[in-house]
Design a binder for this molecule. Structure first.
Ligand code: E4P
Length: 219
């Protein structure tokens, strides 16, 4: 299973990379705005800076909502670095753009996916990744993990190679449950990834080992 970090914050990306478990980064316009990144050149420079930190795919989202605009923006983004994955919303023009990018060998991440039917369309259009937003579904009393299960079943039925990128991950158990179901990738905040480290028995056990060692050494 691949771990992507869902942020445009360079410090957090570095921290996750230094942990040695980072496979890529996802961003979106809200995450870029949160870091105060605006203006075409600043956005481009920021994507380049992210690509310089990580070994792996970096999703960069188009702002256009028409086919021509998405193609123009996506081609510019893809030209920045081989790591760039063009993130395209699940709308009619987006599906057409994904098909186009797929025919040109440009990697895509179909975003804002909330149903199995949308995920099926994304796979048929040749998306590299599909991003079902499990946290946002949970927020409206709909089972996000059930959607991951449904997409896994559909993709396995037909051998679709589109990777299931469980997005809008909020906590450690989302990650563990996505792994059980067979999501190919999760993307979440650094806090969800580092929460996987934690167990009180580990902390207590280590404290005891160190105390016993010190006692035996006469300290
Ligand atoms: C990632 O690709 C998505 O944009 C992101 O996971 C959305 O997460 P949120 O629901 O926490 O904003």
């Amino acid at each position: 299973m691949k771990f992507f970090i869902d942020t445009a914050n360079l410090q957090q990306i570095k921290e996750a990379y230094d942990l040695g478990v980072l496979d890529g980064v996802t961003t979106n316009p809200s995450l870029m705005a949160k870091e105060g990144i605006s203006g075409e050149q600043n956005v481009i420079n920021h994507y380049k800076a992210i690509c310089d930190i990580v070994d792996g795919d970096v999703s960069a989202e188009v702002i256009s909502t028409d086919f021509d605009g998405m193609v123009k923006e996506g081609e510019q983004l893809a030209a920045l670095n081989d790591k760039i994955v063009v993130k395209v919303p699940m709308i009619k023009e987006g599906v057409k753009a994904i098909k186009y990018f797929s025919s040109k060998g440009i990697k895509t991440n179909c975003t804002l996916v909330f149903s199995a039917g949308q995920a099926l369309l994304a796979a048929k259009a040749g998306a590299t990744y599909v991003s079902p937003f499990i946290g946002r579904l949970d927020d409206v009393s709909t089972d996000g993990l059930q959607l991951i299960e449904d997409i896994r079943l559909i993709y396995d039925n037909y051998g679709y190679e589109t990777q299931i990128l469980a997005a809008s991950v909020r906590h450690a158990m989302h990650i563990v449950n996505c792994a059980k179901i067979g999501a190919d990738v999760i993307t979440g905040p650094l806090s969800a990834i580092t929460a996987l480290l934690k167990h009180p028995l580990t902390d207590n056990g280590l404290a005891q080992f160190l105390a016993d060692h010190a006692k035996a050494a006469g300290k």
